[in-house]
Design a protein around this ligand. Structure first.
Ligand SMILES: [Zn+2]
Length: 302
């Protein structure tokens, strides 16, 4: 831990590389449809830690814990509601296992799967309690930062950021999932990038951005919008193309090369950190690392 530069300081010094998808690698390893990926922290921990290890070897600076669906509400839906503590605590240990002291373990928090009124019936208090519980476990196990990600609803992500901020002073990266509409980029509830930037900064996030939903070319168009909307560091983690369904399985066709070229565009547009979302593998992260290095973009020229 002693050789580690504080995460927010690192973001000022150079481009930071996050890891790629976890679920995609677990599906390849046999995770079945409908099975909780987080459950594998307990049942197949070796597989999970090997995925983390592969991302470290690919050059990722930040490893995200396998806890996207680690709230009680989300785990309950897979029959794992009684194992919130064990699943989240074990996730941090698995991420730390092959993580060198100068790299970072990010406690990953995702949507509860429930909706606030008027769309759903989950109360803000119930949601907040869920995020707080998960964040306390992750912080207790010694994560270096939090990533609140794959959030479609600005209200829910703002609530999650506030809940984490309430219990911890660690850096919080908050990434929103947008749709591309004819008029631009919006959440499913219709919030713009500027709305999200304002709300999430007010909630206490230290870095903002987008992950999931969009492919790399769309994220390359979205990056300048984020850059214009906030002075905070930004993180962009696109999906690997649009998956095609083959034999009932999602199949991602995009190759690493065009993805990595879009990531070069994204960093040139002002992103401070990049990584991958659904469909990406360590091969993608290794190529992004190589291309950003070749372009001189791993070092920030201020
Ligand atoms: Zn994704």
């Amino acid at each position: 831990m002693s050789s580690q530069i504080p995460f927010l300081e690192l973001l000022k010094r150079r481009t930071v590389l996050f890891d790629g998808a976890m679920g995609t690698s677990l599906i390849t390893a046999g995770l079945s449809a409908g099975e909780s990926p987080e459950g594998w922290n307990l049942s197949n921990g070796t597989v999970v830690s090997e995925v983390h290890k592969a991302y470290v070897e690919a050059g990722a600076d930040v490893i995200q814990t396998n806890t996207l669906g680690g709230t009680q509400l989300k785990l309950k839906a897979s029959g794992l509601g009684d194992h919130v503590k064990k699943i989240n605590a074990q996730a941090v240990r698995l991420a730390r296992q092959f993580c060198p002291p100068d790299k970072y373990v990010a406690g990953d928090i995702g949507p509860t799967g429930q909706f606030l009124p008027p769309v759903g019936t989950c109360t803000p208090e119930e949601m907040e309690k869920n995020f707080r519980e998960q964040a306390e476990i992750l912080a207790g196990e010694g994560v270096d930062l939090f990533v609140v990600e794959t959030m479609y609803d600005l209200q829910e992500i703002a609530l999650a950021v506030r809940a984490v901020r309430d219990i911890s002073n660690l850096p919080i990266v908050a990434t929103v999932t947008f749709d591309r509409k004819p008029k631009g980029f919006f959440t499913i509830m219709g919030n713009s990038v500027a709305d999200c930037a304002r709300e999430l900064a007010a909630a206490g996030a230290d870095a903002l951005g987008s992950n999931c939903g969009l492919v790399s070319a769309d994220m390359a168009d979205l990056a300048p919008l984020w850059r214009r909307s906030t002075e905070l560091p930004i993180l962009m983690q696109p999906n690997r193309g649009q998956p095609e369904m083959i034999d009932g399985k999602q199949n991602y066709q995009q190759q690493p090369e065009p993805f990595a070229e879009d990531m070069v565009r994204i960093v040139k547009a002002g992103a401070d950190a990049v990584g991958g979302c659904c469909g990406t593998t360590p091969e993608f992260i290794a190529l992004i690392h190589k291309r950003l290095t070749e372009e001189g973009l791993m070092i920030r020229k201020v």
